[in-house]
Design a protein around this ligand. Structure first.
Ligand SMILES: NC(=O)c1ccc[n+]([C@@H]2O[C@H](COP(=O)([O-])OP(=O)(O)OC[C@H]3O[C@@H](n4cnc5c(N)ncnc54)[C@H](O)[C@@H]3O)[C@@H](O)[C@H]2O)c1
Ligand SMILES: O=C(O)C[C@H](O)C(=O)O
Length: 334
């Protein structure tokens, strides 16, 4: 399928798990220009397992029926080497979601095996400027697996999604302070996309009010705000009977958009990135940090000071990332 007349060279965007719930919420927004901007045509590569190909074909038919002016083509694959060929942006969504009562780490063995061959394929055939966002859980450690199996791709091109957690934190804080989400800046998710994550508001600006002032109410902070954000995924599963999909797709769009087009001045966002040792997070773990981008890659915001409470929370989440890394090492995945 080709739309004639697109001026710029299309960006190749590979989406794995294209026939799944998140895929269905994500692809139409990418094709509409929400992710890469209103002037950038996209060519979509949908990667599925063989059983998912027919449903992906149905989604591709619907995408064609939207007549998106920016959609320069769609192809569907069940072989990672074909699916990632020439990929400039790769969204690694395809993986099993957790069900009620499970932790995301319970998916390590089932899903970890997906990310080793996908990392190898990205290494072999993706474009030189490839940018990878891992959404499939456990996202941080799956990103670590993919990056570790792509030795020729710079590690900073592999990222894991904590933008959904970041957006959840903004929303909870907005409700608490009774200010619009757009008036809140400089919130951070630290650590793992798991129940151990630490949503940090100590450095936030909440409509001109220091976040530390709100955080001073420790019973609200520790018994309400932090667990509501950190356990939101499980609450959605309990309510919907299925894991978050539209909000996850929206987080993925926000992550890639800010990475490629830049974060707003005076603000930062959160992303799981390859640690360079900042803030005592061991090098080589994929951990969430406060980050900015000027369109040329994520930079970790430096110089934030942490009190005892924040330090202990960050350390606990990082300790879980170390455990997950050791588990996938024992499985031979890295
Ligand atoms: N990081 C986050 O914030 C976040 C948020 C929500 C969901 N998730 C995770 O995203 C993943 C997908 O969720 P979903 O609700 O779309 O699941 P889903 O079951 O609806 O869809 C998953 C799709 O992936 C496909 N798939 C499986 N293995 C594949 C492979 N090797 N290559 C290509 N495709 C493959 C399946 O056929 C299926 O179509 C889950 O692991 C879920 O836990 C992460
Ligand atoms: O919680 C899950 O398992 C899905 C996703 O990671 C989420 O945070 O909504």
């Amino acid at each position: 399928m080709t739309t004639p007349g697109a001026a710029k060279t299309p960006v190749n965007v590979t989406v794995t798990g294209a026939a799944g719930q998140i895929g269905y919420a994500l692809l139409f927004r990418i094709a509409s220009g929400a992710m890469l901007g209103p002037d950038t045509p996209v060519r979509l590569r949908l990667l599925e397992i063989p059983q998912g190909v027919k449903a992906a074909e149905g989604t591709a038919m619907e995408l064609a029926d939207c007549a998106f002016p920016l959609l320069a083509g769609i192809d569907i694959h069940d072989d990672p080497r074909a699916g990632f060929d020439g990929a400039n942006v790769a969204l690694l969504v395809g993986a099993r979601p957790r069900g009620p009562g499970m932790e995301r780490a319970d998916l390590l063995e089932a899903n970890g095996g997906i990310f080793k061959p996908q990392g190898e394929a990205i290494n072999a055939v993706a474009a030189d400027d490839v940018k990878v966002l891992v959404v499939g859980n456990p996202a941080n450690t799956n990103a670590l697996i993919a990056a570790s199996n792509a030795p020729d791709v710079p590690k900073d091109r592999f990222t894991a999604m904590t933008r959904l957690d970041h957006n959840r934190a903004l929303s909870q804080l907005s409700a608490r302070a009774d200010v619009p989400v757009s008036a809140i800046r400089r919130v951070t998710i630290w650590g793992n996309h798991s129940a151990s994550q630490y949503p940090d508001i100590f450095h936030a600006d909440v409509a001109g009010r220091p976040g530390a002032e709100l955080a001073a109410d420790e019973s609200w902070l520790l018994e309400d705000f932090v667990p509501t954000v950190a356990k939101r995924g499980a609450a959605i599963i309990a309510a919907r009977g299925a894991s978050s999909a539209a909000s996850a797709a929206s987080g993925a769009i926000d992550h890639v958009r800010d990475w490629v087009l830049g974060t707003p001045a005076g603000d930062w966002t959160s992303a799981g990135i390859w640690s360079d040792g900042s803030y005592g997070v061991p090098e080589g773990l994929v951990s969430s940090f406060p980050v900015t981008s000027a369109g040329d890659g994520w930079q970790i915001v430096q110089g934030l000071e942490h009190g005892e409470l924040s330090r202990a929370r960050i350390d606990a989440s990082v300790a879980e990332l170390v455990e997950e890394r050791d588990a996938v090492r024992a499985l031979g995945l890295i």
